[in-house]
Design a binder for this molecule. Structure first.
Ligand code: NAP
Ligand code: FE
Length: 368
């Protein structure tokens, strides 16, 4: 076996982990810059837990609660400026992928002067503020990845800042923060996790280690797929979904995502479709094609998920997502033309033509 595995994040999973890890917070710095979205960190209790620990430790903090879904470059520069001005020496991200991704770039840009126009062409290295991640959705796995995904207006899509320097110092996983997660968000973020696991397994860069992690995540996730929209998910269920999402993050930290994510980005950029929903919409048609081109690899995925054919899996996903979103025929063509130019397009084990990509868009969305 020849492969490399790198994941320097301390993962602490368990109930009340934040409250129990006062020493971790104390050793990380003196002044915390807390990065959150607009409201959920207050509602789900994560912010209160963090503040309790910081106050008990006598640590200073500044709250930056202005991260929007699908964070912008302007947002992370604004956060970095505030982090510098207040003299923060570490960052705490609380939220879904958006605050966690924003926090990574903030931790970087607070230490280094990078022109805005160069953010996506620079690979972060050197001094970056240490940061802790507290995920409150079970989907992105961002707490264990080295990617900071931001809107890229120049490309009219989303792009990642990626570097081994963007791994968190620690990730604190506690399903209790997801009790407030609405049904729709549970479905969308869950399908993001599924997409990470599947794309990682079907990636050219998959290794024995990344596959072991992704298949384990898939097995944890499998019993939940049909009831992601249940209103009766218990705390234990939330913990397991969070674990599956974290394993998906650990897997894509090795392989990156592939065509499904790439194709989902313009759906989010132009139609504000939630990230996980965009992946969920595309996954069925992508796997249908993958089943023709790489039947055994897809068979392995279906076996763990408990489906006899991609069509059955696609039916379940479609049922969770409800009515398909719409794009125009011209957009299906344009998005396919843009996707085929990106290296990520061919990073899966199946190669795709522009016509096939357009066909996936057409099969996945209502074409107006
Ligand atoms: P999100 O954009 O972080 O959050 C979506 C919504 O859910 C927000 O309104 C948020 O409210 C709310 N929310 C979060 N936690 C909640 C809770 N516990 N209870 C109630 N509401 C809650 O969504 P996400 O799907 O987790 O993250 C998507 C982003 O992650 C995208 O930008 C995507 O590109 C990125 N991503 C990154 C990676 C990576 O490896 N870095 C991988 C996949 C996806 P607030 O705004 O008030 O917090
Ligand atoms: Fe994702």
């Amino acid at each position: 076996m020849s492969c490399e595995f790198y994941l320097p994040v301390r993962i602490i999973a368990g109930r009340d982990g934040v409250l129990q890890q006062a020493a971790l917070f104390a050793e990380t710095g003196k002044h915390a810059f807390i990065v959150t979205g607009n409201h959920s960190a207050r509602e789900n209790g994560a912010l209160a837990d963090v503040l309790q620990v910081l106050k008990a430790n006598g640590q200073a903090y500044t709250l930056f609660d202005r991260v929007m879904s699908n964070p912008t470059v302007a947002c992370v520069y604004e956060g970095a400026k505030e982090a510098r001005e207040c003299g923060a020496d570490f960052v705490i991200a609380i939220g879904g992928g958006s605050p966690m991704d924003a926090a990574k770039s903030i931790a970087w840009l607070a230490c280094q002067d990078i022109p805005q126009a160069e953010i996506f062409t620079t690979v972060p290295e050197g001094t970056i503020l240490p940061f802790l991640c507290i995920p409150t959705t079970a989907g992105t796995g961002s707490e264990v990845t080295q990617y900071s995904v931001l809107l890229n207006d120049a490309q009219k899509s989303k792009s990642s800042v990626a570097s081994p320097f963007l791994f968190a110092k620690a990730a604190l996983l506690d399903g209790k923060y997801m009790r407030t997660l609405p049904q729709k968000s549970t479905v969308h973020t869950g399908l993001d996790a599924l997409s990470h696991l599947v794309e990682s397994i079907l990636s050219k860069r998959a290794t024995e280690i990344s596959k072991a992690i992704a298949f384990r995540g898939l097995a944890s996730f499998a019993p939940y797929l049909k009831r992601l929209n249940s209103t009766e998910l218990t705390l234990k269920d939330r913990d397991i979904l969070l674990e599956a999402s974290c394993l998906g993050g650990a897997a894509i930290a090795q392989t990156s995502t592939t065509a499904v994510h790439l194709m989902g980005y313009p759906l989010t950029y132009f139609h504000q479709i939630d990230h996980g929903r965009a992946n969920g919409l595309l996954l069925g048609a992508y796997l249908t094609l993958a089943e023709e081109k790489a039947p055994q690899a897809v068979r392995d995925v279906l076996d763990v998920l408990g489906f006899s054919a991609v069509s059955k899996l696609a039916e379940v996903i479609a049922g969770l997502l409800g009515e398909k979103d719409s794009i125009s025929a011209a957009e299906a063509k344009e998005f396919a033309a843009a996707s085929i130019k990106a290296p990520k397009c061919q990073s899966g084990i199946i190669s795709l033509t522009e016509a096939e990509i357009e066909a996936i868009y057409r099969a996945s969305l209502n074409i107006q």
